[in-house]
Design a protein. Structure first.
Length: 244
């Protein structure tokens, strides 16, 4: 099977990190293709960033359908453009926040989230409500690290410190890492903290593999139906004649 892992921002370094993490857990015979949009924000830390990123996600999924991908992972913790991507795709499409929240809820009665900046905490809280898991999450914590600064020893120390505080103060049984750029940190943090630390990239890859193996794709009735053809103008004019 072929899974397209989309980094919705335009950071090539983060795309490489996400791709490595995805390949580490992929089953034999699963091809992981990590991609990023051609245009958009280099990191996603606001609602405006998410709005622009969602356009890039839609374009990549549309292209991916022509290339024959079996499923998709959206590797940003805001899950930008997830519902639009599902409209466009035949196979399963999972966001890493949705996947991580559900995985944590299967491992412990209560969990907390450690994310990047405090300004993104309400975005994660909104998603918890949208996915029906707000009662299982004790707290969404911020390590106060910009997304593009994650790949440093100092950043790891701050994330680990916030994770320890969550373990010691929140009464939880599992932790969720709240950024695709943290994808490679989960194994080491799990060993250090002595509790399961869930990374949404790897969780989403395994969930998508399972759904594909079960022969399950995105439902195409109701709000999951393919979008009807209509006229688009300006830079989106090439979408006008597209009938999915």
């Amino acid at each position: 099977m072929r899974i397209c892992v989309i980094n919705p921002n335009t950071s090539a370094a983060m795309t490489e990190t996400i791709g490595r993490a995805a390949r580490r857990v992929a089953a034999a015979g699963t091809e992981i293709v990590a991609q990023q949009p051609d245009a958009g924000p280099e990191s996603i830390e606001s609602h405006v960033d998410e709005a622009f990123a969602a356009v890039g996600v839609a374009e990549l999924v549309r292209r991916g359908e022509l290339l024959g991908f079996d499923g998709y992972v959206l590797a940003c913790f805001g899950d930008p453009g997830l519902l639009a991507a599902r409209e466009l795709a035949k196979g399963p499409v999972l966001g890493i926040a949705e996947a991580a929240f559900h995985a944590a809820s299967m491992l412990a009665g209560r969990f907390s989230v450690v994310t990047t900046l405090a300004r993104t905490v309400p975005i994660a809280e909104h998603l918890l409500h949208a996915y029906g898991l707000e009662r299982r999450c004790v707290r969404v914590r911020a390590a106060e690290i910009p997304v593009l600064d994650l790949d440093t020893p100092a950043a790891y120390a701050r994330i680990a410190g916030e994770c320890r505080r969550a373990r010691d103060e929140d009464g939880i049984g599992a932790l969720v890492l709240g950024c695709g750029g943290m994808a490679e940190l989960a194994p080491e943090l799990s060993r250090e903290l002595g509790l399961p630390v869930v990374d949404g990239v790897t969780a989403a890859v395994k969930f998508v593999e399972s759904l594909i193996a079960l022969g399950l794709g995105t439902g195409k009735t109701g709000d999951g139906a393919y979008p009807p053809p209509k006229r688009y103008v300006g830079r989106f004019a090439d979408w006008t004649t597209t009938a999915c």
